[in-house]
Design a protein around this ligand. Structure first.
Ligand code: BV8
Length: 247
C-alpha cells in the first residue's frame, strides 16, 4: 500500500503515460452543484425512484421536468472549479489522458476537457420520445414544461440515463476499454455506488492499474485504492499539478 499522501500520488503520476480519470458529482460540489447522496444532496429532498426513472417520467413528465429545470437553473449559474480546470489541463500533460464522467452537468466540457465520455448523458441535451432525435437545449428556464418536439409535437425527455435504463453501449464499451488499458486511474468525487460506472475502477485494477481515490469521505472503493487522498478535489488536484510542474 503506497502512502496516502499527495506526494505519493504525484510520484505515481509522474511515471505514467496512460492516465484515466473517473468523476462523480463530488468534482462539481465546489462549483455549487448539489451532489446526490451527501447531507445537502439532491436525493435528500427527492427520492431517486420518483424522478430519475422512465416510470416516473411516464407517470408525471411535468414533475420530472420541473426537477431538471430546477437543476439546469442551478448549473447555469455556476462555473467550473480548479478541479475541472486541472483535469482539462492534464489532456496536455499526459501522453494518453481520458476523462470518464458520471456527471450530466457539462462542467468538464466547459472547463475545456475534450477527451470526455459522459456515461449518464448531459442535462443540456433533450431527446424526442418519438424518434430519439437528440438536440441541445440551453434555455433557462425551459420555454414550456414539459417541452415538446418542435417537429412532431411528441414529449421531449432529458438525454440522461435513468435508473433501470442501459447506458449507451459505445460510450460504455469505450469506458471499459480505457479502464483496461490505463496505468493509473484517479477516481474523484464518487460514492462508487452506481453501476456499471462503479465497476470501472475494478476493471482498471484487474489490469494492473494503480487506483488513486480523491474524496473527503471513505467510499466502497477506498479499501481497494492504492492511494486514498481524503480531501476536496478542487484543492488536491491543483496541488498535485504543482508537484508535477516541478521538473
Ligand atoms: C443499468 C442520472 C442495466 C439521473 C444517474 C445492484 C448492483 C448493481 C447495479 C444495480 C443494483 N441495483 C440496481 C442496479 C442498477 C442501477 C444502480 O447501480 N443502482 C444503484 C443505486 C445500486 N444502475 C442502473 O440502473 C444503471 N443502468 O444498470 O442498466 C439495467 C437495465 C435494465 C434493468 C436493470 C439494469 C443506470 C445508472 C445511471 C443512473 N442515472 N443519473 C440524473 O443525474 O438526473 S446516477 C446518479 O448517481 C448520477 O448520475 C451520479 O453521477 C451517479 C453516481 O453518484 P455520484 O456521482 O457518486 O454522486 P454521490 O452524491 O453519490 O457521491 C458524491 C461523492 O462526492 C461523495 O462520495 C462525496 O463524499 C464526494 N464529494 C463531495 N464533495 C467533494 C467530493 N469529492 C471530492 N471533492 C469534493 N469537494
Amino acid at each position: 500500500m503506497l502512502k496516502n499522501d499527495i506526494g505519493s500520488a504525484a510520484a505515481v503520476l509522474r511515471q505514467a503515460k496512460r492516465v484515466v480519470v473517473l468523476t462523480g458529482a463530488g468534482i462539481s460540489a465546489e462549483s455549487g452543484v448539489p451532489t446526490f447522496r451527501g447531507e445537502h444532496g439532491l436525493w435528500r429532498q427527492f427520492r431517486a425512484e420518483d424522478l430519475a426513472t422512465p416510470e416516473a417520467f411516464a407517470r408525471d413528465p411535468k414533475l420530472v421536468w420541473e426537477w431538471y429545470d430546477w437543476r439546469r437553473g442551478i448549473i447555469a449559474g455556476v462555473a467550473p472549479n480548479p478541479g475541472h480546470v486541472t483535469l482539462a489541463a492534464w489532456e496536455k500533460r499526459f501522453p494518453e489522458f481520458a476523462l470518464i464522467t458520471q456527471n450530466v452537468d457539462g462542467l468538464h466540457a466547459r472547463a475545456g476537457s475534450t477527451n470526455l465520455a459522459e456515461l449518464h448523458g448531459n442535462i443540456w441535451k433533450v431527446r424526442c420520445t418519438k424518434d430519439d432525435t437528440i438536440s441541445d437545449d440551453h434555455s433557462v428556464p425551459l420555454k414550456e414544461i414539459p417541452p415538446r418536439c418542435p417537429d412532431c409535437g411528441a414529449l421531449l425527455r432529458p438525454h440522461i440515463v435513468w435508473f433501470g435504463e442501459s447506458l449507451d453501449s459505445d460510450v460504455l464499451g469505450r469506458a471499459f476499454a480505457l479502464s483496461a488499458a490505463c496505468e493509473v486511474m484517479l477516481v474523484i468525487g464518487t460514492s462508487a455506488l452506481v453501476h456499471p460506472a462503479a465497476s470501472l475502477p475494478y476493471r482498471a485494477a484487474a489490469s494492473g492499474a494503480k487506483i488513486i481515490e480523491i474524496n473527503p469521505t471513505p467510499t466502497l472503493l477506498t479499501g481497494e485504492a492504492d492511494i486514498s487522498l481524503q480531501g476536496k478535489a478542487g484543492e488536491i488536484l491543483p496541488e498535485i499539478e504543482r508537484l508535477l510542474a516541478v521538473k
